[in-house]
Design a protein around this ligand. Structure first.
Ligand code: AOF
Ligand code: ZN
Length: 357
């Protein structure tokens, strides 16, 4: 009889799908997913699934083990992050896996948290559990980019999102700017807003475009924090992005009437790096920059953009505004994107990639 064992990567993908349910809800903790699989006579069977829903609540492994019950004994656990070894807000997951009698643990990526950092794997191995690592590691690292950035750099993972024409313009030079990309692209942006901790714009954009920076048209969606970079404190309370949880980032020594607004947190920063560190302190692990080019250019020049998500609309504009304003002297000096994904979204082309700075 031929026993069917789907490869580890297939189950790990299911675990990553579980983890994705926690995106935007777990910070400062990572989104983590777990799937428990038991070998049967003919085929293997998933006996437990779980994801980490929120910091302070149980970890992914605990939910999956609860569902599996006795069937976890002798089974394989697929976890997107190294099971924790420490007593945090919750007891160690490595101990829970050992106690449940799991025979094999497959891990996508190690946990860079200094309290774990390999000790989870060690604990499992010491208990005689077979451990495999690195399965779909790149995808897991991408999914956990915010958490990993907080732990290793003390600042959020920063994504610059924009939509441009085929000739690389985000807006016409004159008034009367309509949207660049189509409705499908805008729906995708709503999904991203639901997955990140915070969305940022500069004061000019907050005034001129007056964006709501919220999630619309998405079942079960939740609004990210709105972060408004307003160095001089000019932004009026009537800006639509001012709501519960909004953060205003001012230059040191400046003030704003919004300081008296109980819904608003005001930060004073001497640099963008300093602002990001303070945002990390508020639990912001992923920050989506939504413009405009002046703010994005300042981030870019400071080496603070980690990822680009760019919609290219099949339109030509001629003269217009570029997504980045700082000129580079020659093509040799251009910054390169490590392209991770290219996808057609409606009539637009989406390019996603990492900037190593
Ligand atoms: C796991 N599974 O699902 C998650 C892990 O304060 P605690 O107890 O919630 O611990 C938080 C730390 O645990 C976090 O910084 C990270 O190192 C790890 N997260 N580990 O085994 C999970 N969310
Ligand atoms: Zn844990």
């Amino acid at each position: 009889m031929n026993t069917e064992h789907p490869p580890d990567a297939e189950y790990m993908q299911l675990a990553l799908n579980e983890a994705a349910k926690g995106l935007g809800r777990t910070s400062p903790n990572p989104p983590v997913g777990c799937v428990i699989v038991r070998d049967g006579e003919i085929a293997s069977e998933i006996v437990g699934r779980g994801f980490h829903p929120k910091a302070g609540e149980p970890h992914a492994e605990v939910f999956a083990l609860r569902e599996a019950g006795e069937r976890a004994r002798g089974a394989t656990a697929y976890v997107t992050l190294e099971p924790c070894s420490h007593d945090g807000r919750t007891p160690p997951c490595a101990d829970a896996l050992i106690a449940a009698g799991v025979a094999r643990v497959v891990v996508a990526a190690g946990d860079p948290n200094p309290q774990v950092n390999g000790r989870g794997l060690e604990k499992l191995r010491a208990a005689g559990i077979e451990v495999a690592t690195g399965v779909l590691e790149a995808a897991a690292v991408r999914q956990q980019a915010g958490f990993r950035s907080l732990v290793t750099r003390g600042r959020p993972h920063v994504i610059y999102k924009y939509a441009m024409t085929l000739d690389g313009k985000v807006a016409a030079l004159n008034e009367g700017n309509g949207p660049v990309s189509g409705p499908e692209a805008r729906a995708r942006v709503m999904a991203w807003r639901n997955e990140v901790d915070a969305v940022a714009v500069g004061a000019r954009t907050a005034l001129l475009d007056n964006p709501q920076l919220n999630v619309r048209g998405l079942d079960g969606g939740r609004d990210p924090r709105a972060v408004l970079f307003d160095p001089e404190g000019h932004l009026p309370a009537s800006a639509r992005a001012v709501r519960e949880g909004t953060v205003l980032v001012l230059r040191e020594g400046r003030s704003t009437p919004l300081e008296r607004d109980p819904r608003v947190t005001v930060l004073h920063a001497h640099s963008l790096q300093g602002a990001l560190e303070q945002l990390a302190g508020l639990g912001v692990a992923t920050l989506l920059l939504e413009g405009g080019p002046t703010l994005a250019s300042a981030f870019f020049e400071a080496g603070l953009i980690d990822e680009l998500r760019v919609f290219v609309a099949p339109k030509l504009l001629g003269a217009g505004l570029s997504p980045l304003l700082a000129p580079v002297r020659s093509m040799h000096a251009a910054t390169e994107l490590a392209v991770e994904r290219v996808e057609v979204v409606g009539n637009d082309v989406l390019v996603i990639g990492g900037l190593s700075v």
